[in-house]
Structures are given as C-alpha cells and as structure tokens.
Design a protein. Structure first.
Length: 532
C-alpha cells in the first residue's frame, strides 16, 4: 500500500508518536477505500460507495466533550456549556492513548479547515480507521500534493475508537471522550466510531479561535446567486432542520452545507465536502444528493442495504434515523469551486417547530434576529444525538450550542455588528409542523419552504403584504404566489383555534423563560424585542 506524501520534518515520530505499526500519510480515495475494505471496516456498495456502520454510537456525544482548563482559556470558555478536564488528566489520557496505539497502523490526513487562506487552519487528522481518514478527506479541504511537502500542522486530532477512557483516571463521564487542549493544540477522541465527531471537533476549535480575529463562525449552510458571489445567503440551523437540503438549490451556487465563517471580506466555507442525512432521501426531491450515494468513495454511514444487490434502503431506520453520506463538494454540480462568497444579503434562521405554532416564514428586525439567534429554538430530530428518538423541543443558542466554547453573547454581538455593517435581511423559517403539533399535524411541505425561500432570496417576497404576528411580533407574509394560502396563518391550519392559542402561549413562555439568561448581557434594543 502506498504511504503518501508528508513533510519529512513533521512525521508522527516528530510529534512524539513512536512504536507504531505502518503509518499511511495522505492516501487518496482509491487507496483509502481499498484499505478500509481489506481491514474489514466495511464494504464496497453500488458505484464504489463505501458502506459502513458505526456500532454503538450513531450520533454525537456532546456530554462527553471536554475542554482542558488552563490559565490561557480559563476566562474565555463558557464552562456552563463545556465540561472541564484538568491538564493532568489530559496528560494521562494522552499518554494512555499513545500506549494503546503502539504497534497499530494509523492513517494521517493533512488538511485545511477554511477556504479563505487568510483564516484557514492547518489540521492533521490521525485515525485508527481508514474510513475515518476517507471521511475527513471529503469533509475538510485538500491541499495540493506539492503543498504536503511543507505542510506544518497547527493542530492535531487523534481519533482512536478502540480506546476506552477511564473516568476515575482521566476525569471523563464515561469511556467515551472528546477532549480539546488549546495549550497543546491537540484533540483526543476515543470510544466512538461516529464520524461526525471528527468534523464537529474542528468546528468547535474554529468557534474558539476565529472570534479573536473578528471572524464570525457560523453553524450554517450558504449559497449565492449564479455568477454573483456578492448575493450570498446563509442558513443557520441544527442538524435535521434542512440546511443541506435547502441550500442545495440547483438555481443557486452552493458555497457549503454546514459550517462557515463571515470575515471582513465575506463568507467562506470551513469544509470541502458535505455530510448529508439520507433517511427518506429520494431522487425526485434531492437528485444530486441521492446520486452521491452510488458515487465512488462516498462514505455511506449506518444505512441498511440488500446483502445480495447492495441496494440501499433509504426508508429503513432500524440502525438509526441519523443515516448519513459524506462526499466532496465537487460531487454537486452547482457547488462553488472556491468556497467563497460575499457578505450575506439574506440570513435565514431555520427552526423545526414541533409545537406547530410558528409560520413557515417571518421577516425579522435586526433586534429580533439577535433574539432568535440567541434563543436557537428548534426540535432535535431523531438520531442526531444519542437517546433522541423523536422530535424534542429545545433551545440551542446560536443554533449550535454543543459546538460553542465561548459564551453565546460573543457570537451574538459579532453577528449583530456584521448585520449592522452590511445590511442583511433576516428571516425565520419553520421547517417543522403545521396544522397541529408533532403527532397531530404534518411536516411543513418542502415545496412551500423552497418557494418561500426563493421569493425571499430573489427579493420578490419584499413586495407582498405583511401582517404582525400577535405572539412574536415579527412580520409574516399574508399570501405568497405559489404557496397555499392557509399555510401562512398557522392558527387557521389547526382544527381547534383555542388549542392553537394555548399552544402558542406555552411556546411564548418557553422563549421568555429561556431568554432570561441572556438579559444581563444584551443591548436595550434586543431586550425590547424579547417576549415578556
């Protein structure tokens, strides 16, 4: 097997990792697929996709993520949201993990996190599993081959699923661990094969580093008008709210599907690929994403398939609702070649409202945008985290609390400043339920959501009549061409208007109770936008 190119001065041995088996540096997709199959990590599916399962962990484990508490970060970490680990416990964890991998083969990818050279981070991913190396090669950005000869990683991530942490020795909650040490520029991951931990570890890292440079890190997808990078839009939202689906509009150019930065120059993708949910994926609704599941090298994760024909069953959630596929951006025909866009003209905040109260789209003032950004209301959808089996209403600040190492107000103020400076229009879009709550109503029709978004992005929505929502105060279109009229007034979609009013009052109170924690930190105009 080829070993690949690497900076000879920056091998794993130079980083203190000795006594290893074979170390495979920067293998390309064919070699990684071959290695993963030869090692029994999965098998080849239709078109050369790599089919694998992740065992016990089919979603992220946010409660098992820790930040090492050192003087350099002590005052900057949001400790109420991030578990703390002592430096001594981390050192024991690191030493034990290095001892665990002695004699084992490891796979290394040297990659860029960030499409903008001014703000990118050079990251080395060291994995026990060959397919994890394939996954992260898709999800981050690949240097040119010649650049690998001088690549000097700023951060290293070591992911060893076979390693089990000892809570008593390592200060962890369970045998599973994701530990970030900002002083040592090192992340350790153990006892989980769920590939999403790799990309979210990088996102968490950038969420800490970039605000110091005045760059707003965003859990969002992004696109722009064809040939007009200056007409960019970003889509905030948690997993399952439609970021990937809605940003992959064939009439626009896709910048990226999950994680971006907003600098003084404009928007830029952190990643070089997409990690799309595949449950109930169809060739009619999402043809290009569907096509990637039979593309060579695509990682197909936790999907059930016919053992004889290798036909994927997109409706089977017996392993998890959180079935996924990972592929490079170039697999999508309308993807940006640069991963760069201008300053957003439109900011979309996606929410999956399991209460069936919110309208399909609403226009927000800048203060209301800050209110809803800090609130981060949605419903966690089944499978994206361990133990979530049905939509669960939640408030995840900044639409990504599990990945936020700093306090929410840091990101909120950055977003507020950039909206004020560049004049973006903000929208709240509900992809959740209408006609009743979860279990009674129905999911918002995807065609209606797409029609409303297109009208917002092309400017035509600004020309329709709006009404003021009596519960939340934002503006809601009265009627939009091509969208069934009843959807625009959620109260009218319920069989019992009094039941809607009671549900709306319940949701308003949930918002108010949740937002009380931010009131001491925010400006007067945002306080005025708060519901009370």
């Amino acid at each position: 097997m080829q070993h690949g190119r690497v900076n000879p001065a920056r091998t794993l041995a130079s980083q203190g990792m000795t006594g290893l088996g074979h170390v495979y540096y920067n293998l390309t997709e064919p070699a990684l697929v071959g290695a993963a199959v030869a090692r029994g990590e999965g098998q080849i599916g239709r078109g050369g996709a790599f089919l694998c399962t992740t065992g016990q962990f089919t979603g992220r484990s946010p409660k098992d993520k820790f930040v090492v508490r050192t003087p350099s970060v002590e005052a900057h970490i949001w400790w109420e949201n991030n578990g703390a680990m002592s430096a001594e416990a981390f050192d024991r964890l690191h030493a034990d993990m290095l001892e665990h991998v002695r004699g084992r083969d490891l796979f290394v990818q040297d990659l860029y996190a960030g499409a903008d050279p001014a703000h990118r981070l050079d990251v080395r991913m060291v994995t026990e599993l060959a397919w994890h190396n394939l996954f992260i090669r898709h999800l981050l950005r690949r240097p040119e081959r010649a650049e690998l000869d001088t690549f000097d990683p700023a951060w290293t991530i070591l992911n060893v699923p076979s390693f089990k942490a000892d809570p008593a020795r390592h200060g962890t909650r369970t045998a599973t661990v994701i530990a970030l040490n900002f002083d040592k520029r090192l992340i350790l991951i153990g006892n989980t094969a769920y590939a999403g931990e790799n990309k979210k570890a990088v996102f968490t890292l950038l969420n800490y580093l970039l605000p110091e440079k005045g760059v707003m890190p965003m859990h969002c997808s992004a696109n722009h008008a064809p040939g007009r990078p200056d007409e960019a839009a970003v889509f905030f939202g948690l997993s399952g709210t439609g970021k990937t689906t809605l940003s992959a509009d064939p009439s626009r150019t896709l910048i990226g599907d999950d994680e971006h930065g907003w600098s003084d120059r404009g928007t830029f993708n952190f990643e070089g690929g997409c990690y799309a949910k595949t449950i109930n994926l169809s060739p009619e609704a999402e043809p290009e994403i569907y096509a990637t599941t039979s593309r060579f090298g695509t990682v197909v994760e936790n999907m059930v398939y016919d053992p004889e024909t290798f036909e994927l069953d997109f409706a089977d959630a017996s392993l998890t609702e959180n079935t996924r596929c990972a592929y490079p951006l170039e697999a999508i025909s309308n993807a940006s070649a640069t991963g760069l866009g201008g300053h957003p003209k439109n900011i979309i905040m996606l929410t999956c409202d399991a209460f069936g109260v919110l309208p399909p789209i609403a226009r927000l003032t800048p203060a209301q945008a800050m209110y809803h950004f800090l609130s981060g209301f949605t419903a966690k959808t089944a499978g994206t985290e361990r133990g979530v089996t049905e939509p669960t209403p939640t408030f995840s600040t900044c639409f990504g609390a599990p990945f936020m190492p700093r306090r929410p107000e840091v990101y909120g103020k950055l977003l507020q400043e950039k909206i004020a400076r560049h004049g973006a229009t903000c929208w709240l879009v509900n992809t959740g339920w209408t006609g009743g709550a979860y279990g009674t109503g129905r999911r918002m029709p995807i065609r209606a959501t797409r029609a409303l978004l297109r009208a917002a992005l092309d400017g035509s929505l600004a020309g329709v009549a709006f009404r003021r929502d009596p519960n939340f105060g934002f503006e809601v279109p009265v009627a939009v061409p091509g969208v069934e009229a009843g959807l625009m007034d959620p109260r009218s979609t319920w069989a019992d208007a009094a039941a809607y009013d009671a549900q709306a009052a319940k949701l308003v109170k949930m918002f108010a109770d949740n937002f009380a924690q931010y009131v001491p930190y925010i400006d007067a105009d945002v306080k005025a936008a708060a519901i009370g």
